[in-house]
Design a protein around this ligand. Sequence first.
Ligand code: GLN
Length: 559
Amino acid sequence: MKTRFIFVTGGVLSSLGKGLAAASLGALLKARGLSVTIQKLDPYINVDPGTMNPFQHGEVFVTDDGAETDLDLGHYERYLNAPMSHKNNTTSGAIYHDVIAKERRGDYLGATVQVIPHITDEIKSRVLSLADDPNPPDVAIIEIGGTVGDIEGLPFLEAIRQLRSELGRDNCLNIHLTLVPYLGSAGELKTKPTQHSVKELLSIGIQPDIILCRCERPIPDELRKKIALFCNVDQDAVFSSVDVNNIYEVPLKFYDEGFDQKVAIMLRLPARNANLDDWKKLIDDAANPLGSVTIAIVGKYVELKEAYKSLHEALMHAGVANRVAVNLRYVNSEKITQENAADELAGCDGILVPGGFGYRGIEGKIAAIRHARENKIPFFGICLGMQCAVIEFSRHVAGLKDATSEEFNPRSENNVIYLLKEWYDYRAHNLEQRSEESAKGGTMRLGSYPCKLTPDTLARKAYDQETINERHRHRYEFNNKFKDILEEKGMVFSGNSPDGSLVEIIELADHPWFLGCQFHPEFKSRPMESHPLFRDFVEAAKKYKLALEKGAVERLGVR
Ligand code: GLN
């Protein structure tokens, strides 16, 4: 087999940035001209993160093929500039689900089904499936979620231990990410947690080849020697991953340490230098903005920034594209009312209402949207944000006072956002998920769908294309019954499904930049290539700020 496998495990504690480290290594190998893919193995029992609370788990990242995945896949896409699929993320839940289904079908021919070999075989087959391609990647990086020592992670570690002997020692590499804390009182970097973590790995038969140390400050040479000695790795196989200001600096820092070179040597990959010109330019541009804008993100999950990971990244990319620093102000929608909206949102040059579920905080979002609409402040509504914009407009411009979404009040006369029954039934049927309890996972419109853009609209101008593809994750849709009356009042339907049956993008005629989309454009934004809608939104915020400074907001053009 041509593909080399790199396994990335983590020790000491979580949140050390294993996903970013894996993605950055991937970016470096790609910059050396290799083809790279990355897979995340998550030890939790959920079949996918689709039903998990973003407060706890962070964003659910959606792929083109409609898989609801871990947010690390977002990093993989952004660092590799390549789309991921359902193959790139798997969980204990998904693995057990399949093994149990096979057992019920009798596939195991009466054998006792056990963690070893049945669960581990299933894990291995999913890892190997990455290379099962007419054009297999040169390198597959496998990130194992959780921390070494977790009970639920054991089958995964056992599977990679076995894979190494099966695939040949030279074709696999184990990288272990640990923490080297700096103890202020002792004035020292401490290696003991790393030693313990490696000991834990060794006890299950895995010898790391490379130790990557997350630390506040660079590791001096004698400490590297010490870590190498105690952890039984080459002295030049201990690397540091120091804290950075901008996450896109990580590949450059790794490069400076010679990380990719060591990996290439150990895996006998062609000796080539990584071309990192565009990464350098990105960091340079990001570090030298020519101005700044402040964007309010009005949402429910404002306490946990991870819940809006891709959104945050997309706005940063748009800032670089516009050469401005984007300051994000997370505003809790539950705190906003019609009366205090102007105060709560004072100083913001753009207002963004992101996706979400459930009624909580909706009235605050609607108040924020009204404020944006009436004061010509650039507005960007994503998924639920677009739905709220439709509700706001229906209530306050079209006079449908009780306008709402079926999600919030199934009995309203004016459900401008509703559940498209045919769609729901079709999905439920297709997925053979008709039972009540499974109705929450699996009946959403998920993944990439085409959308046709209307000429002479903000959307069409931004994309400069007639048909686009964007990723969805929602149940409810715009209710076409209200299309005519809203259009009459100045709503513009600038994006629709090609057959015209689903509204995908709305705008307002009487506003310089007001746009809502039913899909999630943030998933497709790239550091080197900002998403057109985010790019134009930030540009509009820039213009608004300038007009405000000149006292000329009234003169800002309309769409
Ligand atoms: N709750 C809304 C729906 O299900 C919006 C979902 C979202 O914003 N992702 O349609």
